[in-house]
Write a protein that binds this ligand. Structure first.
Ligand SMILES: N[C@@H](CCC(=O)N[C@@H](CS)C(=O)NCC(=O)O)C(=O)O
Length: 242
């Protein structure tokens, strides 16, 4: 049995849960509250990040490495194309999602007060009462400094929102009339980009940006259905628009 160590509301953990759903791999969840990162996570994953997977005593860390490990150990349905060009495009889109879009979702969900009011309580809901009480005051500062060190946190909100519009327009352009981002079936690119955009869309501002682009909104519904628990067979491996 695989065990997924996760923060429930992390997009990287959502990405892995969805891949596990598509591949119909049974797994257990170990929820790690943010304040347990040092005591629990670093013992098993020195990078101190979630998600990681424990499989027969071995630790596989980083969502990309976990995704490729799952592809190797549970190949069907395939999420990483064999064709070198498609495989390369999947890699670039996954990396863009993980290393760029992630910081926009953090900036929108956790540093803007209108969204942070909803999402900080979600982030700390498995913590004790003291942490739950102070988190709404402390967490926006902690997270703002993480986002600032990458750069997105230093940009004014109007510039950040223009960037998000550009990113979502890029997705609309890549999709064109197609159902999926790469080739004619669900791939790791769809799952990775979806996981970050799902969080961006959950913010007030991101929700408006996605809603104004119907092709992207429809693609999100398609990926969501194809990667939900128990819904895997319908989307994965099928080139059909659902
Ligand atoms: N590149 C990593 C990023 C994972 C990541 O940043 N996880 C965040 C949660 S969304 C985390 O563990 N943060 C804890 C920390 O930085 O202390 C992946 O793809 O798994």
């Amino acid at each position: 049995m695989l065990t997924l160590y996760q923060f429930e509301i992390s997009p990287f953990c959502d990405k892995i849960r969805r891949i596990l759903n598509v591949k119909r791999v049974p797994y257990a969840i170990e929820e790690v509250p943010p304040t347990k990162t040092l005591s629990v996570v670093r013992k098993l994953n020195p990078a101190g990040k979630l998600p990681f997977l424990v499989a027969d005593g071995a630790v596989v860390a980083d969502s990309t490495d976990i995704a490729y490990w799952l592809e190797a150990h549970h190949p069907e349905p395939r999420l990483v194309p064999e064709d070198p060009r498609e495989r390369g495009l999947c890699h670039v889109l996954e990396d863009w999602a993980d290393e760029s879009l992630y910081f926009y979702e953090m900036r929108l969900r956790f540093t803007l007060p209108n969204n942070a009011r909803r999402f900080i309580p979600e982030l700390v809901k498995y913590e004790g009462s003291l942490v739950r009480t102070i988190a709404p005051y402390a967490m926006p500062f902690v997270l703002k400094s993480q986002v600032s060190s990458q750069g997105v946190g230093k940009r004014p909100l109007d510039v950040v929102l223009r960037d998000v519009e550009r990113h979502v327009d890029a997705l609309a352009g890549i999709l064109g009339d197609g159902a999926w981002l790469v080739g004619d079936r669900l791939t790791i690119a769809d799952v990775s980009v979806f996981a970050q955009l799902f969080c961006i869309r959950a913010s007030d501002e991101g929700g408006r940006i996605v809603a104004a682009r119907p092709a992207v909104a429809a693609w999100m519904e398609r990926v969501d259905r194809a990667t939900a628990p128990g819904a895997a067979a319908a989307g994965a491996g099928s080139g059909m628009m659902q």
